[in-house]
Design a protein around this ligand. Structure first.
Ligand SMILES: NC(=O)N[C@@H](CC(=O)O)C(=O)O
Ligand SMILES: [Zn+2]
Ligand SMILES: [Zn+2]
Length: 347
């Protein structure tokens, strides 16, 4: 049987939500991942270091017994964020990054940033203390086509910001375009990109061909095939600037299967199996560890995990549950539309 052993992976972009959803989904992450960057777009958002401290406690309290998992907390940047609070959060070891949501760009982003000028003092402080800014990189301008919003963001927001503040470390989250990949590759320093599991597997046809399939809808929305191939090439290249951020984003089914469905794909449960499949297909299994276990910690200034996991390729397809049941309702699990053969030892 074909097997590979890698250091235990981390997830550098994860939504855990709160309450019954948090309790229902946390085990799907803590089973495979040692650490994760936790997104702060709760309702209300995680804005202050105190909010993050309390949310971290709720995450730890929801962990299945015996699981060891380190939530790496982030703050939701607003036009009222206090630079001193951010600095204290970093100094205390609690805060790993600050998240920029352009107001209106995605789920629970209405409290995000409208005018970057208003947050420059906070960004300047972050540059000074070496705290990364995680970015949802899409413009919200109504005239800009939704498939172009990432590329336009890079040109009109991200690049000007980085010219203004070159010392700021920026994580471009969930890169979905070849423009995003090229932009990161062309930079000298201080930029990296997370790539999701699902954007390595689906293109926009998955959402639209044969009927509207809401469980493949997320933001940034999946693009055409040429972009997916650019993401695959970057992820499987071993380039230290690219690493896994699943962006696993649970929404209970009634909120996705309706006339105005939420954006988000739930992938925590079968991500490692999907990724092993992708890397094997691209003859790059030897690069999987860099993507899921090495490049992320290096970017965030952390050591890679000492513990290891083994993945084994089974003859027969491995079955995963189609839905994760939670106290708030069922959440549909990402269906990669091909049989999965790779299994994490112990599953
Ligand atoms: N990715 C998504 O489609 N949704 C995320 C928000 C985000 O990461 O943009 C969510 O919170 O549901
Ligand atoms: Zn986002
Ligand atoms: Zn996200």
């Amino acid at each position: 049987m074909k097997t590979i052993s890698i250091r235990r992976p981390d997830d550098w972009h994860l939504h855990l939500r709160d309450g019954a959803v948090l309790e229902g989904v946390i085990g799907d992450t803590s089973r495979y991942f040692a650490r994760a960057i936790i997104m702060p777009n709760l309702v209300p958002p995680v804005v202050t270091t105190n909010d993050a401290k309390a949310y971290r406690q709720r995450i730890l309290a929801a962990l299945p017994k015996g699981d060891r998992f380190e939530p790496l907390m982030t703050l939701y940047l607003t036009e009222h964020t206090d630079a001193d609070d951010v600095e204290e959060g970093k100094a205390s070891g609690l805060i790993s990054a600050v998240k920029l949501y352009p107001a209106g760009a995605t789920t629970n982003s209405h409290g995000g940033v409208r005018d970057l000028n208003k947050v420059m003092p906070v960004l300047e402080r972050m540059a000074k203390i070496g705290l990364p800014l995680c970015v949802h990189g899409e413009v919200t301008t109504p005239e800009v086509d939704i498939f172009d919003r990432e590329a336009v963001f890079i040109e009109t927001v991200l690049d000007p910001l980085r010219l203004r503040l070159p010392e700021l470390k920026v994580t471009m989250e969930h890169v979905t375009t070849s423009e995003g990949i090229d932009y990161i590759k062309s930079a000298d320093a201080n930029i990296a990109g997370t790539i999701t599991t699902h954007h390595l597997i689906i293109n926009r046809n998955a959402i639209l061909v044969g009927g509207i399939r809401p469980h493949y809808y997320c933001l940034p929305v999946a693009k055409r095939e040429s972009h997916r191939l650019a993401l695959r090439a970057a992820a499987t290249s071993g380039d230290p600037r690219f690493f896994l951020g699943t962006d696993s984003a649970p929404h209970v089914d009634p909120l996705k299967e309706c006339s105005c469905g939420c954006a988000g794909v739930y992938t925590s449960l079968n991500t490692m199996s999907c990724l092993a499949h992708v890397f094997e297909q691209d003859d790059a299994l030897d690069k999987l560890e860099a993507f899921v276990s090495l490049n992320g910690p290096a970017w965030y200034g952390l050591s890679p995990n000492e513990e290891r996991i083994t993945l084994a390729r089974q003859e027969e397809p491995v079955q995963f549950p189609a839905k994760r049941q939670t106290g708030a309702g069922d959440i549909t699990v990402f269906d990669p539309m091909f049989p999965l053969h790779w299994q994490v030892a112990g599953d």
